[in-house]
Design a protein around this ligand. Structure first.
Ligand code: FES
Length: 155
């Protein structure tokens, strides 16, 4: 999912405008992350004004939360289930394969910005684990070999 830059900033402005100052700053950042796939750096000044905090506090909050990023998302989003059931069935090997093939850690994209890798706590398909979800389509049972082939096709 790639949203045009102007639409991203317009959508960020809408989300920020709806923010209630007494609410938690991380809630606002999480809303932006979930809606846009990242926190657009040009929106930091708006966030600071809405939340009544200095800009460094916002950068610090983003830095402290691995699920928040200032980097635009890749063309594809890959979740590797990191909940207990999938881990027991081989999910850790899937995560290692994804990191190796993408050359990226969790919450990062490959160098070509094609795929962003994230862990996910239970994709709701435990019986068919281990699972991944590519662009929110759950696939399982997944093997490292199948995942590598899938990712090679996206790079
Ligand atoms: S533990 Fe992976 S889908 Fe539930």
């Amino acid at each position: 999912m790639t949203i045009p830059a102007t639409s991203v900033l317009d959508r960020a402005a809408e989300i920020i405008a709806a923010f209630v100052p007494d609410n938690d700053l991380v809630d606002l950042l999480t809303q932006l992350q979930e809606a846009l796939g990242y926190i657009p750096p040009p929106s930091i000044a708006l966030i600071a004004d809405a939340a009544g905090v200095e800009r460094p506090a916002i950068y610090k909050a983003i830095e402290l939360s691995p699920s928040l990023t200032l980097q635009p998302p890749g063309k594809h989003l890959l979740y590797v289930c990191s909940a207990d059931n999938c881990c027991a069935k081989g999910g850790l090997a899937l995560a290692a394969t994804a990191k190796r093939v993408l050359g990226a850690d969790f919450y990062q994209c490959d160098a070509g910005k094609n795929v962003r890798l994230e862990p996910f706590r239970c994709l709701g398909n435990c019986v068919n684990g281990p699972n991944i979800a590519l662009d929110k389509v759950v696939q399982g049972p997944m093997t490292p070999e199948k995942l590598e082939s899938l990712l090679q096709g996206l790079l």
